[in-house]
Design a protein around this ligand. Structure first.
Ligand code: 5GP
Ligand code: ZN
Length: 134
């Protein structure tokens, strides 16, 4: 009982240390606790295929650190936010969609259509996108 409590406390402290949210599915994917088709990972971000793809390429790029949305991003996060874009470039090159083009989307809050509250960039391509948005 005491041992289980100590292990639980330790793992929670470890998650906090890494600025992760233990109830967040994208934190779990970034830490390796939950499964996903990861296509790229580094110190700052994790990129994995969307579970419900809307196009031949549909990859989500998430900061490894838990940031709820753009509305919760701080000036200290600017390096990570910029890194999302250069990672999008990398994903596009990996999937061979650079020349054809692709769409990057970051939904924010209820009106923005955000359903998972860990900031993420969608990289969608491999077919012509539909317009208009909104
Ligand atoms: P949002 O609507 O928040 O911008 O996008 C959330 C995206 O996350 C959706 O496209 C949804 O299909 C995807 N998603 C939600 N849960 C999971 C999951 O557990 N694994 C993966 N790979 N994608 C997920
Ligand atoms: Zn998270």
């Amino acid at each position: 009982m005491f041992r289980a409590y100590t292990i639980d406390l330790y793992s929670r402290l470890l998650l906090l240390w890494h600025k992760m949210n233990p109830t967040c599915v994208f934190c779990k994917i970034a830490s390796g606790e939950a499964k996903a088709n990861i296509v790229y990972q580094d110190e700052w971000v994790t990129a994995f295929r969307d579970i419900h793809p809307v196009a031949p390429t549909h990859v989500l790029i998430v900061p490894n650190k838990h940031i709820q949305s753009i509305s919760h991003a701080e000036p200290e996060d600017e390096q990570i936010l910029g890194h999302l874009f250069t990672t999008a470039r990398k994903i596009a090159e990996m999937d061979g969609i650079t020349e054809g083009g692709y769409r990057t989307i970051v939904n924010t809050g209820a009106h923005g259509g955000q359903t998972v509250f860990h900031l993420h960039m969608h990289v969608i391509g491999g077919q012509r996108m539909k317009y208009p948005m909104g």
